[in-house]
Write a protein that binds this ligand. Structure first.
Ligand SMILES: Nc1ncnc2c1ncn2[C@@H]1O[C@H](COP(=O)(O)OP(=O)(O)OP(=O)(O)O)[C@@H](O)[C@H]1O
Length: 183
């Protein structure tokens, strides 16, 4: 089973998937690292300090790496909803996200761009449009450990084929930061 952990940068995907990796029960593909290591991009956007991933090559590489001896393979990336049919979208209140992104020494423009994407539910909306099953998980005010536990609960439900209650609990649309003041 291939599961994407997606969300705006800073919502905690890497922190949480590193915890999940320690369980040794999951294969975890940290896609952004892979894209950089294997140069799976078509362009370097030096102005925005990022790369433009070549999604066809990325997709093929994930399929190659997908090790079916693991019951679950997790793809960690804000691009994972382009690849997996089942995704967990991590969300963070923009006021909290701002603090996390500022610690990375991002430019104010890049911080605002990401906060706006989070407040406008961009990744959630894409996930709902493209993926079969979407769980929305709010990490605001939660520890990474608790977020990991919630993800493990969702994975357990998926493996047991019993997701009705989880789909209700983590229903897309449960957070609303539309009124976040940007200026
Ligand atoms: N509940 C939480 N879950 C995950 N991370 C959290 C949580 N609360 C606080 N954090 C902190 O938020 C930061 C998230 O950074 P992280 O690199 O994991 O985000 P990311 O979503 O993987 O970003 P990127 O897409 O840029 O790789 C870390 O410093 C982490 O310790």
């Amino acid at each position: 089973m291939l599961i994407g952990i997606t969300g705006t940068p800073g919502t905690g995907k890497t922190s949480v998937t590193k915890l999940l990796e320690k369980e040794r029960f999951y294969q975890v593909i940290h896609l952004n690292e892979l894209i950089k290591e294997e140069k799976l991009y078509s362009e370097v956007d030096s102005e925005r300090d990022c790369v433009v991933a070549d999604m066809d090559r990325v997709y093929d590489r994930v399929l190659e790496l997908h090790d079916r001896s693991y019951p679950v393979t997790i793809v960690d990336s804000h691009l994972s909803h382009h690849i997996a049919d089942i995704v967990i979208v991590l969300r963070t209140d923009p006021a909290i996200l701002r603090g996390r992104l500022e610690k990375r020494n991002y430019s104010e423009e890049k911080v605002k761009e990401n906060l706006e994407a989070e407040a406008l539910d961009i990744i959630l909306a894409e996930s709902v449009e493209w993926c079969e099953k979407v769980f929305e998980l709010d990490t605001s005010g939660e520890s990474a450990d608790n977020t990991e536990k919630a993800i493990m609960r969702i994975i357990r439900g998926l493996r047991n084929g019993n997701t009705e209650e989880l789909e209700e609990e983590f229903r897309p649309g449960s957070v609303d930061w539309f009124d976040y003041p940007f200026d």
